[in-house]
Structure formats: C-alpha cells, structure tokens
Design a protein around this ligand. Structure first.
Ligand code: SAJ
Length: 456
C-alpha cells in the first residue's frame, strides 16, 4: 500500500475564512509541518533529523534563554555534528507561539519527566505541555509523547488533558501515540537516527500514522507495540534492567572488598562466557536522567495498584548507597596511613562532577552526593571537572591535587583515565579512591600509593 505521507493526510490545510493569519506551512513543499515541544538533548536532535528528512520544523521551549540560544543557533548540549546541523537549520523556535501547535500536522512532546526528592514522578512539565497542546489542538493532528513515563501516564493523565482541553476525541478526531525516547549521550554510534524505537497506540490509525512518520526519518527499526501501555513499559523495563544489573555488581563489589577479591578481574573472567552473561561495572553511584529515575516510576505506579517492587527498590537502595560507600572507603584509607590526617579536616580533590564519562551533565550525579558527604564530614573539597568548569572550584588538575591529602575519581573522563602515579605523587597525593575503577591498580600500588577502587 502506498505509504501515506503526512501531507497527503493533511486536512484543514485550506485557509478557512475565519483564519486571520496564514497557516504555518500552508505554502510548504515539505512532507508536513512538525512541532517539537521541549528542545533539550532529546527534542532538538529529533527536530533537526525530521527537518533533514523533509519536514518543516517548529520548536517550542518554555526556557526563554534556550529559545534565545536556539535563535542564535548556539546551544551547548549537542554533539559537534548536531551543532553544525543546527547552524544550517531553518527551525522556527518560540516559547509559546500557539500557531506552532494549531498549524502542525504532528506535535511531538519531549519534555523532561524528573522525580521529586521523594523519588515520586514529577509530571508537571508533561501536564503543562498537554494543556498547551490541548488548548490549540485541531482535528486530524497526530500527537506523540516521547517523554519517559510509566505505564498508565498517557491514558490516565496525558490523554484526558488533551481531550478535555480540546473537546476532541483521541483515535477519531485526533491521533495519539507514545514513542519513548532513547538516547545515549556521548555515543557516536547509537544516536537519534540509528537507535531502534518502539511505538504504542490504542487505535490502528494512530499507530499507522506514527509508525509512518518515524519510518520516514529513522534508519533504525521502528517496532509497533500492541498498546500505549506496552510502549511505556518497554522503556521502564530496559532502564530498570540496567539499574538492577549495576546494583548487582555494586553489591558484589562491597562483598568482595571484605573478601579481598578484585571484582573487575572477576567480571573480565565472567565475560569470557560467550552467552548468558552481560557485564556491568561497579562504581561510586548511578547518575543521569534515565537509569536512576525510571525504576521509581514503575515502583510508585505499581504500588498504587497494589504491587510492591521489592527487587527494584532494593537495587535503587544499593545504587544510592554507593556515594557514601565511596567516602567510607576514603575514610578507612586515610585512617590506615599514619602520615595522613583522618578524613575530618582533610583536603580532598574530587575529580569529576558529571554523571558519565566525557559527557558534561550533572543530573543525578553521584559526585554531588559524594561532595556533600565530604563537606558534612568536615573535608575541604577541591572539585575539578574539565568538562564542567562552572561546577568546579579550581581551574586545573594541578590546583585540585596540590597538597591535597587524597583524591577521589568520581567520573572516568578520558583526562582522568590517563592519570598515572606520578601525576599524584608530584603533588604530594598518596591516597587515591578510584570511584570508577578506571586507573591501573597494580601500577599505583607499586608506586606506594594507597589505592582503593570499588570492589578492587
Ligand atoms: N553506570 C555504572 N555501571 C555500569 C553502567 C553505568 O555505574 O555498568 C553508571 C554510570 O556511571 C552513570 C549511570 O550509571 O552514572 C548511567 O549510565 P548509562 O551508561 O546508563 O548512561 P545514561 O544515563 O546516558 O543511559 C543512557 C540510557 N538511555 C536512555 O535511557 C534513553 C540507557 O538506556 C542506555 O542503556 C545507556 O545510555 C547506555 O547504554 O549507555
């Protein structure tokens, strides 16, 4: 069957007499008009890709400064390639131009879905986006939510807002699908163009239109699911899978510390098994916008429906305990060395603020928990992250290490992975806690450094 393009399914594209302004995209030779709401590291790469694939692009973001930066075609959170694409882009950007909703064929919501301090999901940004879209929704539009949500959020929260505000019915008057975002910051292979996606909808027309759209812009597989809830569940499952596997090796690391077994060597050994084993790595904690957040969505939603996720909860507790475990490890190392002071009153170089190697991103970063724990214990903390000067209180590695009593590696940035014993010894640092097991342990021990990793 001839693939239905968005343009061919457009209705209302004729200027109605009541419209005072020309409809956006009315004269476009493009495949259709797409509006992305939420122009962060998920929405903006998607918008740029859709534009390259022949759609006319509009973007809405509530952040005034981000809108100004985007109009200047200059934001910090894109890859070099995406930054170049942005400079060539003709995307129209606004904080709240209602025409961007009213006149679009497809509206894709990519706003954040963080959690509150108590780990319960904060759906306010998503609700606000649905309110804005619902108020200007028109027949025949396709609305897609990419934001990560737990099963039930689309049907129980998003859709009711869209229908109540518009007076239209999903599946008949307008179309709705969920395509959970997948992005791996810092990964040059798997990006918005190549990562496979799943799509869920509750009616065949919505599923077909959303599947057609994504297949018209993506190179990766686009897998239709049987329902919205299945698509919501896929995302939560894949990230909870990662969280529990990291918790597994974190618990092993703490156990092996008491047994004097090197977890990194053991995982390398286990990885020689060519099937049924997938190594993860222990560390000083689990950060980022996905892994430490998404399981809480399922934990809280299942609890409301009478099921307690004990395993997911224990995994979250283990991973959340790793920053403090890292500081405890340092305290014990300092106690062992008669030439160094106890942790209280010491000076410590905290190397790395970002949650992930070679990525400038502090969200849910374990480093900030380590920092606060050190300060609580009376430590003078020198924080240095080469990718995040605005979060550093010293401007160089030398300044961080100079006469410090100890150093903690909290992020395995390339700059830190290349450090060798002499880099520490020449600044007088003889105690090193490697929170990402990224340094050559034996070399450091041979050089007389009190080295401790996480589980090694
Ligand atoms: N981490 C460990 N041990 C591991 C792997 C990660 O402690 O074995 C820590 C990292 O240091 C980081 C956190 O967990 O603090 C998250 O690491 P991540 O590699 O999962 O990085 P993210 O948050 O960028 O995860 C993204 C996710 N993408 C989306 O959710 C859309 C995730 O699905 C991917 O699995 C992940 O990238 C990836 O594969 O790298």
């Amino acid at each position: 069957m001839k693939q239905k393009t968005i343009a061919s399914s457009r209705v209302g594209s004729k200027k109605s007499t009541s419209e005072s302004q020309q409809r956006l995209g009315e004269k476009t030779q493009k495949k259709g008009v797409v509006t992305v709401i939420g122009l962060g590291y998920v929405g903006l790469p998607l918008a740029l890709l859709a534009e390259q694939k022949g759609y006319e692009l509009y973007g809405i973001d509530h952040d005034e400064r981000k809108v100004a930066d985007l109009r200047r075609r200059n934001v910090s959170y894109l890859t070099p390639k995406e930054s170049r694409e942005l400079k060539k882009s003709r995307i129209h950007v606004s904080q709240n131009d209602v025409r961007y909703v009213r006149d679009a064929d497809i509206i894709i919501i990519c706003v954040p879905t963080p959690v509150y301090e108590d780990h319960l999901p904060n759906l306010e940004p998503l609700k606000a986006a649905c309110e804005f879209v619902g108020a200007h929704l028109r027949p025949n539009q396709l609305i897609i939510i990419e934001s990560t949500v737990n099963p039930g959020v689309c049907e129980e929260i998003a859709l009711p807002i869209l229908e109540e505000r518009s007076g239209l019915s999903a599946g008949t008057d307008f179309f709705f699908a969920h395509c959970p975002e997948r992005i791996n910051p810092g990964d040059s292979t798997w990006n918005v163009r190549t990562i496979p996606r799943v799509i869920g909808a509750n009616d065949s027309e919505s599923l077909e239109r959303a599947t057609n759209f994504y297949r018209s812009i993506l190179e990766g597989e686009v897998k239709p699911m049987n329902s919205i809830r299945e698509a919501e569940a896929v995302k939560i499952v894949e990230n909870s899978f990662r969280d529990i596997n990291i918790a597994f090796v974190n618990e092993l690391a703490m156990s092996f510390d008491t047994l004097g077994i090197d977890i990194k060597n053991v995982l390398e050994g286990a990885s020689t098994k060519p099937f049924a084993f997938m190594a993860h790595q222990p560390g000083c904690g689990v950060g980022g916008h996905c892994i430490p957040v998404d399981p809480y969505y399922l934990i809280s939603y299942a609890a409301k429906n009478g099921f307690t996720h004990r395993f997911l909860s224990i995994a979250r507790d283990i991973n959340n305990s790793m920053p403090r475990y890292t500081v405890e490890t340092l305290s014990e190392l300092l106690e062992k060395d008669p030439e160094t002071p106890p942790i209280e009153g010491s000076t410590v170089a905290l190397l790395g603020v970002s949650y992930k190697r070679d990525v400038p991103d502090v969200r849910e970063s374990p480093a900030s928990v380590i920092h606060d724990e050190l300060v609580t214990r009376g430590v003078t903390v020198r924080t240095y992250d080469p990718l995040l000067p605005e979060y550093s209180n010293v401007t160089s590695l030398t300044e961080a290490l100079q006469d410090a009593d100890a150093a903690i590696i909290a992020t395995d940035h390339s700059e830190f992975r290349s450090l060798r014993p002499e880099n520490f010894l020449e600044e007088g640092v003889r105690v090193v806690v490697d929170g990402r097991n990224c340094l050559p342990k034996e070399e450091f021990l041979k050089a007389g450094i009190h080295y401790k990793g996480i589980g090694r």
